[in-house]
Design a protein around this ligand. Structure first.
Ligand SMILES: [Mn+2]
Length: 325
């Protein structure tokens, strides 16, 4: 039987263009200690069982990937079917420079172990791991690779599963812009990582700077809206009642014109997955909500709590001794 580590590295090698395969160090010694924040030790909790789990945009092979958090999530969440909805391994970044710490291997091995133990693992490649699209219809050991997939929920709803880049106008018409944006995005993610390292060290919860910035940009909002519309129109066209995708790193479940739009988010900033419960309910789960340690109250929360308190608690100067001192 092949060693899992060997298997996982052979997948990575297969995803790279032939020219860069030689550049892969044979004993893949990862660079020193990842700077990414690691999940703090949380009390043991029960394993959740779902009908299906969708994760995407993991970007293994980049420093932005929050592999420790995903590994923790995979350890505590089981499902009959696990969908890998694209951008799992980042071929774009790996081509520029090799980055493959142990935690990234651990994620690949964890997924393969699940597949061996009976979870049906379906891999739908995205744009950053588009090299895997050449394996559409084939299987990597126990992992099936599909261009897209139709998932039927326990309640009988047909949902089209696809990464989403094929409906991204930037990806289709200005690929160079996507590459520039990718470099800028990588820089913001690096900033986000250092920022959160400090936050976690100071007892604060994980908070995504890049996500905050993205939500501040109006253009991003209209861009996302048109992306969502294109996706649900295509799902309708394909005879489905909704779509499940990733790609834009924004977790969401919304009903749009009678179609269900689901985005499972990502594992570089929002640390989120989409799940279908055994009863057929779809919901987004965030690592920060599932496993977050008790968190120091934010300044804003403290302020609003103070504001809601009766005034007399806050004005000790009004309480004067009745007797002269
Ligand atoms: Mn993508």
């Amino acid at each position: 039987m092949a060693l899992p580590a060997k298997l996982s590295s052979s997948i990575v090698t297969a995803l790279l263009p032939t020219s860069s395969r030689k550049a892969v160090p044979p004993t893949a010694q990862e660079p020193p200690a990842p700077t990414a924040p690691q999940p703090p030790a949380a009390p043991a909790h029960t394993v959740h069982q779902y009908r299906a789990i969708w994760v995407s945009d993991v970007h293994l092979g980049t420093a932005g990937c929050q592999a420790h958090f995903l590994l923790d999530f995979l350890k505590h969440n089981e499902s009959d079917t696990l969908y890998l909805v694209g951008d799992i391994i980042d071929g774009w970044q790996l081509r520029k420079g090799w980055y493959w710490p142990q935690a990234h291997n651990d994620v690949v091995q964890k997924i393969m172990r699940k597949a061996r133990k009976g979870t049906r693992v379906i891999y739908v490649p995205g744009n950053h791991d588009e090299a895997a699209r050449q394996f559409n219809g084939l299987a990597f050991g126990d992992i099936e690779v599909h261009e897209d997939f139709v998932h039927v929920t326990a309640t009988g709803r047909r949902l089209w599963v696809t990464h989403g880049d094929l409906f991204d106008s930037v990806m289709q018409h200005a690929r160079w812009l996507a590459y520039v944006g990718d470099s800028l995005y990588t820089a913001i993610l690096a900033l986000n990582r250092y920022f959160n390292q400090i936050r976690i060290r100071c007892g604060f919860s994980y908070w995504s700077l890049s996500q905050f910035l993205k939500h501040q940009v109006k253009n991003a909002v209209s861009y996302i809206n048109s992306f969502e519309r294109a996706m649900i129109e295509e799902a309708r066209h394909r005879g489905c009642e909704g779509v499940i995708c990733g790609h834009i790193h924004k977790a969401e479940i919304r009903e749009i014109d009678g179609q269900l739009y689901c985005n499972d988010g990502d594992w570089v900033e929002s640390l989120s997955a989409l799940v279908e419960t055994l009863e057929g309910e779809l919901k987004i789960v965030y690592w920060t909500e599932l496993r977050a340690p008790p968190v120091a109250m934010s300044r804003r929360a403290r302020r609003s709590q103070r504001a809601s308190q009766p005034i007399d608690h806050e004005t000790p100067q009004d309480v004067r001794p009745t007797e002269p001192v």
